[in-house]
Write a protein that binds this ligand. Structure first.
Ligand code: SF4
Ligand code: SF4
Length: 209
């Protein structure tokens, strides 16, 4: 197949340009919606792998913070569709961010949680509804915003930040957690290289068709 792979060889924030054998335009997880059974195993796997700072383990008893995944299973009639970031080449979310908290590294669009001010501009800009702004938890505790107070409750306001699919770039290699967890092989990592021919795209994105 010319210029198209859907196996692991994805760019990550740890890879330099010299590590890549071909120019990657973008990579993202695609869903074969007709085969999704709505079990949400992808959501739970995503949440677990991104919640290590909160000590989330493999058992139910370890979950002490709200479950906020970066992939969302949406129901449309009798069809279930996992929705997540498409890592757009001209990402509207990055253009909308007033503090440059969103950037593209080797084809992966990343959000820097430390820079994010929780303004939700990216949420409004994303055409896929792939971003959620939620409270930041560390070691099971909600972070707070220094100097900001809920005056009625006399409590500090929680610190919020935007979050979305990062292709598990900070994990220890392998496929994204959602891809590995899906019991029905609905999800795949598609890598789109710059020389991918238009007639090959369906083969990369929807091999079961
Ligand atoms: S969050 Fe939305 S706009 Fe930003 S890269 Fe992902 S799909 Fe595109
Ligand atoms: S919520 Fe954060 S990442 Fe999104 S636009 Fe605002 S500052 Fe940027």
């Amino acid at each position: 197949m010319s210029g198209a792979r859907n196996t692991l060889n994805r760019p990550t924030s740890r890879m330099g340009a010299a590590d890549r054998t071909s120019a990657v335009a973008s990579s993202f997880v695609v869903a074969d919606a007709g085969h999704c059974i709505g079990c949400k195993a992808c959501e739970l796997a995503c949440f677990a792998v991104h919640s290590q700072a909160n000590g989330i383990g493999a058992s139910v008893g370890t979950v002490s913070v709200p479950v906020v995944p970066k992939v969302y299973v949406v129901r449309a009639g009798d069809t279930y569709v996992p929705v997540q970031c498409r890592h757009c080449e001209n990402a509207p979310c990055a253009h909308a961010c007033p503090v440059q908290a969103i950037r593209q590294e080797n084809g992966v669009v990343m959000i820097d949680e430390e820079l994010c001010i929780g303004c939700t501009s990216c949420v409004l800009a994303c055409p896929f509804g792939a971003i959620e702004v939620s409270t930041v938890y560390r070691e099971g505790r909600a972070m707070t915003q220094p100097g900001l107070t809920d005056r009625a409750a006399h409590k500090p306001l929680p610190r919020t930040a935007a979050g979305k699919c990062d292709l598990c770039a900070d994990t220890n290699g392998g496929q994204p957690a959602c891809v590995e967890a899906c019991p029905n092989d609905v999800l795949r990592l598609a890598i789109v290289e710059s020389d991918l021919l238009p007639e090959r795209r369906r083969e990369v994105f929807f091999p079961r068709l």
